[in-house]
Design a protein around this ligand. Structure first.
Ligand SMILES: Cc1cc2nc3c(=O)[nH]c(=O)nc-3n(C[C@H](O)[C@H](O)[C@H](O)COP(=O)(O)OP(=O)(O)OC[C@H]3O[C@@H](n4cnc5c(N)ncnc54)[C@H](O)[C@@H]3O)c2cc1C
Ligand code: SF4
Length: 329
């Protein structure tokens, strides 16, 4: 067993000071699993459950500020989220199980790690174990020639094809959320699109946070008047399962034409996948099935399937089309 230090500070300053090479722990629903599997072996845990980051507040701009410690259930059932950010509520409620959502936090969900089975093998990235460039750079990627049915088709590299598993993040990508972080160098904001990193040559670098940086809040912009939003998740079973393909859509239609649209996809990308291509194919066009299909084709034009996951390309297209129909009818 590996020992680690454990502290539970009550202020952000004390949490930052305590970080010192260790890891923050929020709901623990990802981190504890990964510690049991030896994927994560922190020397210290900074429990952030006492930090004053558990509020959902309306911003003077009309947007919403979500504390990093807001539980996924509380966020999903918040009246303003249900009314004005339905896509986020639906995405959260499609994830995991009620028990997990009661523990899982906004910050932890942003930072959850891939479900790639090779990555989660205790010995991956070690001599004699499966190659995993995400676990140990330079050891290869067992999924490339292995079983890769659930892996990504967009944003992959020769070093990693792992899917980003979050539903919440897909909705936040479409909503153009902004992440607030605080660390040893001070406070800063990070646009959602810049937060998660493509694997490229460095799949072990998954996000824009620097060592010891804490996510404090996530801001959502003011809702677009007259828009509607939908999250559609397709998976092997109806609950307690990660997405094979999902789509988050925000759309505003006037006089049969699309005046505003945002499209993001889950289950198919190495990060929550905003599709500017789909949006460009839709803006100003008629809101009909033919146009939705063109948008879906554009969204998946760059897809690179592997042995077992080619089905995801058509599945994701149909998911985008259906979500667009739901958001515009
Ligand atoms: C069986 C199961 C099924 C699941 N199904 C789904 C699903 O269908 N869809 C889905 O989207 N998710 C699913 N999940 C994942 C779940 O959503 C995440 O485990 C959860 O959101 C993580 O939140 P947490 O607060 O428990 O994070 P923790 O486990 O506490 O932390 C996760 C990571 O985030 C870091 N961290 C946490 N908070 C902060 C912060 N404020 N600042 C900086 N770093 C921080 C931690 O150091 C750690 O690295 C599932 C999980 C399980 C176990
Ligand atoms: S897909 Fe990524 S996480 Fe999975 S084995 Fe390959 S390098 Fe590791």
């Amino acid at each position: 067993m590996q020992t680690f230090n454990y502290v539970k500070p009550a202020s952000i300053d004390k949490a930052l000071a305590a970080a010192n090479g260790g890891k923050f722990i929020a709901g623990g629903t990802t981190l504890v699993d990964l510690m049991k599997l030896s994927v994560e072996q922190p020397t210290g845990l900074v429990d952030i459950n006492l930090l004053p980051l558990d509020k959902i507040e309306t911003l003077p701009t009309g947007g919403l500020r979500i504390g990093a410690m807001v539980r996924n259930s509380d966020l999903a059932w918040h009246p303003e989220v249900q009314k004005s950010y339905a896509v986020l509520s639906q995405a959260l409620l499609s994830g995991a199980s009620p028990q997990l959502r009661n523990m899982a936090t906004t910050g932890g969900n942003l930072l959850q790690r891939t479900r790639c089975a090779y990555f989660r093998e205790p010995n991956a990235g070690t001599p004699g174990g499966y190659g995993c460039d995400k676990r140990t750079p330079g050891t290869g990627c067992a999924a490339l020639e292995g079983y890769n049915r659930t892996h990504a088709v967009l944003g992959t590299s020769e070093h990693c094809i792992a899917t980003h598993p979050s539903d919440m993040c897909v909705a936040m990508a479409a909503l153009e959320a902004v992440i607030h972080a605080e660390g040893p160098k001070g406070k800063r904001t990070i646009a959602f699109a810049d937060f998660h990193k493509l694997p490229g040559n460095t799949p072990h670098i998954e996000n824009a946070l620097e060592p010891g940086e804490l996510v404090t809040y996530v801001d959502l912009p003011k809702p677009i008047e007259g828009s509607r939003s939908v999250y559609l998740k397709l998976r092997d079973r109806a609950s307690y399962e990660f997405a094979l393909a999902s789509a988050a859509v925000l759309a505003k239609v006037e006089g049969g034409h699309i005046r505003y649209v945002r499209v993001a996809m889950g289950g198919v990308g190495t990060k929550p996948w905003r599709s500017h291509e789909a949006e460009a194919a839709l803006m100003g066009k008629t809101a009909d099935a033919a146009q939705f299909r063109k948008a879906a084709e554009a969204a998946l034009a760059g897809a690179k399937p592997h042995n077992d996951n080619a089905f995801k390309v058509e599945l994701a297209k149909r998911c985008v089309v259906r979500a667009l129909k739901m958001a515009t009818s």
